[in-house]
Write a protein that binds this ligand. Structure first.
Ligand code: PAF
Length: 282
């Protein structure tokens, strides 16, 4: 497995591999890899990528003031070992100054799908995500890139960006990987105390209950407003602080009033000081 820190060297290598006919997959991550990330590598393998590039970069421009950029877990040695074991063929771990040299002043902004939900709560977040993902697409020359469905809005925004800016990169979205308890895997779970971890289970439980109720109703679906109140009460009982509870059309991310096939429920809530997100599609 190759390890690159220099963007230009990664670019030269992926360009040469692509010219030689190799199918290239990119798995963008911020490190602190868990089974969710490794499932993205497995998906790339399943799709017969000859080269699987995992990028590990805690991207400063997607964190807002007062967010956890400084304390975001950095576990490079373990991440490299995990990538090797999972079958990645290259890891890209640039320094921030290599990605954003002095004077960097160009950003990528998706203006519609990123407006609400996490975009509204974390101004500038998706501008930072789109900018770094666009750079990674240019550097890794992938045929396809694999993202996790836990970041539901992110996947939609990146799909739109790839389409709108003609990247020619297929965006693959892989299922959420959950712990046995139901908690969606996230690098930020490492911040949780045992009590907060217990509270956080309210997210997946509320989603599971909601999905079951909506699916039982079939094509007609169920009204969202009372369900929303029920979820809010469940999160509060568990000691979580709600950031948002939204039902949206899974494609357009526009709010919906009925939970039926084609809708998705997206949650963001705090367990202690840790903001967690989770979602389900009906
Ligand atoms: O989902 C993430 O870990 C990040 O937002 C990403 C896509 C790697 C961009 O920094």
């Amino acid at each position: 497995m190759r390890i690159f820190t220099d963007p230009a060297k990664l670019s030269r290598w992926t360009e040469a591999r692509r010219a030689a006919g190799a199918k290239i997959a990119l798995v963008p991550t911020m490190g602190c890899l868990h089974a969710g990330h490794l499932s993205l590598v497995a998906e790339a393998k399943r799709r017969k990528a000859a080269e699987i590039v995992v990028s590990i970069f805690v991207n400063p421009v997607q964190f807002g003031p007062g967010e956890d950029y400084e304390r975001y877990p950095r576990t490079a040695k373990a991440d490299i070992a995990a990538c090797r074991k999972a079958g990645a063929t290259a890891v890209f771990m640039p320094a921030p100054a290599a990605m954003y040299p002095a004077g960097h002043s160009t950003y990528v902004n998706e203006e519609k799908l990123s407006a609400g939900l996490c975009g509204a709560r974390r101004p500038g977040h998706f501008r930072g995500v789109c900018t770094v993902v666009a750079k990674l697409f240019h550097l890794a020359h992938p045929h396809f890139a694999v993202f996790g469905r836990k970041d539901f809005q992110q996947a939609a925004v990146i799909k739109r960006m790839a389409r709108d800016l003609d990247f020619g990169v297929e965006i693959v979205v892989a299922p959420i990987v959950r712990e046995k308890s139901g908690l969606a895997m996230s690098s930020r779970n490492t911040y949780l105390s045992p009590a907060e971890r217990e509270s956080a289970l309210a997210l997946s439980r509320a989603l599971e209950e909601t999905r079951a109720a909506a699916r039982a109703a079939g094509a007609a679906g169920i009204p969202w407003a009372p369900r929303r109140r029920r979820i809010a009460a469940a999160l509060e009982r568990a000691g979580m602080k709600t950031d948002y509870i939204e039902a949206v059309d899974a494609e357009t991310l526009e709010p919906v009033r009925t939970l039926k096939p084609g809708a998705a429920v997206l949650l963001a809530a705090f367990a202690g000081g840790t903001r967690l997100i989770d979602n389900t599609e009906i």
